[in-house]
Design a protein around this ligand. Structure first.
Ligand code: AMP
Length: 408
């Protein structure tokens, strides 16, 4: 877990701001769910996923409730839908931290932020297109160019069940040649063996059956319509027959956005898909859902790697230097801020030289200086910190003067 310091933290806020602009423009409203929920909510993600079995920060609270820090948000959205029964379609977005007890490394942390959207109550394949396109548009707005979109369909639940059986047979035939971890995964969820990055497993993964051969007509049609929609929007995608995703409830369309610059184990910037049954499992009516979650940390690493969406420290407009004790600066910074200028100042009644050094270091364009003479004459000295020219300005005219200077 890390601290995010300024000015990096400002970039995080702008990142969320760009995301909010994109999704609010498509009719999504923010849903804020608690960071802690009943453990049962998250167990619904699927008891064959590492997120649930190994990585959960769960504990018994003082009221003897078994609770957990949320490892993701989709389950909470399903729980909120079941609880509040909003009129579908329910289009929501979220932004905030999640917690997973993973091995920390570049792009993998124990507390990490995600932004995401979920839509509940709509089966339309063109919604899949909207959801995928919004993630794509968000990356475009950040300036990222090297993002790969990969898509697949897990078919209908029956297709998926037949496929899982075929995978089980295929991987069991590999016997001990399969890595020990994958052999264990195989007993719980053969689909997840396809996620293995271990070299031993690669030849068996490549030779594994493709889900496409198990799609029902309905699943195939749904997926075809999604692809037609993506084509219409000119969004480039690759069909990845071996793409599977963690949640047990995923069916039909699934997708992932991959960064070109990250290691393959951490290259998923974000991903999502269609799911069924989640709301029902949480006590609501049968409800189709689709959404995605995008990792903030990893996406910012991708931005650094591509040299886009840079950190931008807040630009200080005016730095007030007061060598008469500091009270004048109290009033001047207050007036300047009220007039809409970003204003900072020197403290501790330090020397002119020391305060001017701070003014220069602050990046401000202008210094406003008050010394004893100015105090007597009711003026301040306005000094351009880039060029260096300076002149006295009546104190009562300071704001207007700075405004005139700011508008070329
Ligand atoms: P998931 O919920 O596992 O599908 O993850 C969605 C996205 O969240 C991933 O593509 C990552 O960008 C991000 N993510 C997941 N786990 C972590 C983690 N431990 N540290 C940083 N980012 C993560």
């Amino acid at each position: 877990m890390r601290d995010i310091l300024p000015p990096e933290s400002g970039r995080w806020r702008r990142f969320v701001g760009v995301f909010v602009d994109v999704v609010e423009a498509a009719g999504y409203g923010e849903l804020a769910t608690p960071l802690i929920e009943d453990l049962g909510v998250f167990v619904r993600i699927g008891d064959a996923t590492d997120v649930v079995t190994k990585e959960m920060y769960d504990f018994v609270d003082k009221g003897d409730r078994h609770v957990a820090l949320r490892p993701e948000v989709t389950a909470s959205v399903g729980r909120a839908y079941a609880e509040h029964r909003p009129v579908p379609p329910w289009k929501v977005f979220y932004a905030g931290p999640n917690f997973r007890y993973e091995k920390p490394q570049r792009g993998r942390f124990r507390q990490f932020d995600q932004v995401g959207i979920e839509v509940l109550g709509v089966d339309d394949p063109y919604l899949d297109v909207e959801v995928i396109a919004l993630g794509w548009e968000f990356y475009r707005r950040l300036g990222l160019r090297e993002v790969r979109l990969i898509v697949n369909s897990l078919g209908e639940p029956d297709d998926r069940a037949r496929y899982v059986e075929a995978l089980r047979e295929h991987f069991e035939a590999a016997g001990d040649a399969l890595s020990a971890q994958s052999r264990e995964t195989l007993t719980k969820n053969p689909l997840r063996v396809l996620d293995s990055k271990r070299p031993d497993d690669q030849q068996f993964i490549e030779a594994a059956p493709d889900i496409a051969d198990y799609w029902s007509d309905d699943a195939r049609t749904h997926f075809d319509v999604v692809l037609v929609g993506l084509d219409r929007l000119g969004i480039p995608y690759e069909i990845e027959p071996k793409l599977v995703r963690g949640l047990d409830y995923y069916r039909r369309t699934i997708f992932e956005y991959q960064g070109a610059t990250l290691d393959s184990a951490q290259n998923a910037l974000g991903g999502g898909g269609r799911y069924d049954g989640l709301v029902e499992a949480l006590g609501g009516p049968p409800t189709p859902g689709i959404g995605f979650a995008l990792g903030v940390d990893r996406t910012l690493i991708a931005c650094d790697d591509e040299g886009v969406f840079p950190v931008e420290p807040v630009q200080i407009d005016v730095f007030v230097v007061d060598v008469t004790g500091g009270l004048e600066a109290v009033e001047l910074t207050d007036e300047l801020r009220a007039a809409g200028f970003v204003a900072d100042r020197g403290y501790d009644n330090r020397s002119m030289k020391a305060q001017m050094k701070l003014a220069n270091r602050s990046g401000a364009r202008t210094a406003v200086i008050v010394g004893d003479d100015e105090l007597v004459s009711g003026t301040v000295v306005v000094k351009a910190l880039d060029g260096g020219e300076q002149h006295p300005v009546p104190r009562t005219d300071l704001i207007n003067h700075l405004r005139r200077e700011a508008t070329p």
